[in-house]
Design a protein around this ligand. Sequence first.
Ligand code: VGL
Ligand code: ZN
Length: 201
Amino acid sequence: MRPKNEALIVIDVQNDFCPGGALAVPEGDQIVPLINDMLGDFAVKVFTQDWHPAGHSSFASSHAAKQPYDMIQMPYGAQVLWPDHCVQGTDGAAFHPDLRSDPANLIIRKGFRLQVDSYSAFFENDQTTPTGLEGYLRTRGVDTVTLVGLATDFCVNYSAQDAARLGFKVAVDLSACRAIDLNGSLDQARQAMEKAGCILR
Ligand code: VGL
Ligand code: ZN
């Protein structure tokens, strides 16, 4: 068992990010047994759930003449456009059926504002609107986090960098992560996480 100051943060292990899902991450389902095994080691367990309203601004289908994986400029910066995914209340937004989600202490939902995407578990993509996770962790006495989940190069990456910037000690267990890997995004993410001070295992 890890000491009480350590939390496991399980990012977006949802049907739409697994094979057969709307935004399938290759081998996304393979991390489920590893995460299930890790849950028993941590006193503090937080899950995140990508949770978009229908017609979300990160969906290509919400923009005329745009295709999935095109880029657009949002008021808060560049944004990749995605296939419709993780729509609130749908089966695609549910956790993978084999993921042991009952042990979760807290489930953070993100991306629920129509006009702002949210990759990070800590801040929306405007980089200022907090999700509340920082306060939750600090009030529980957590100063060290281990991140696992989907996708390595988007939600795990943004969450890890934000956690490090906020002063948490951060480890990313890459064996229990899988990537989308769009135009070299996995290599970029690895470098950015290391530069931010995250330990990659
Ligand atoms: C994610 C793209 C869009 C993720 C979420 O969980 O990494 N990626 N929404
Ligand atoms: Zn999303």
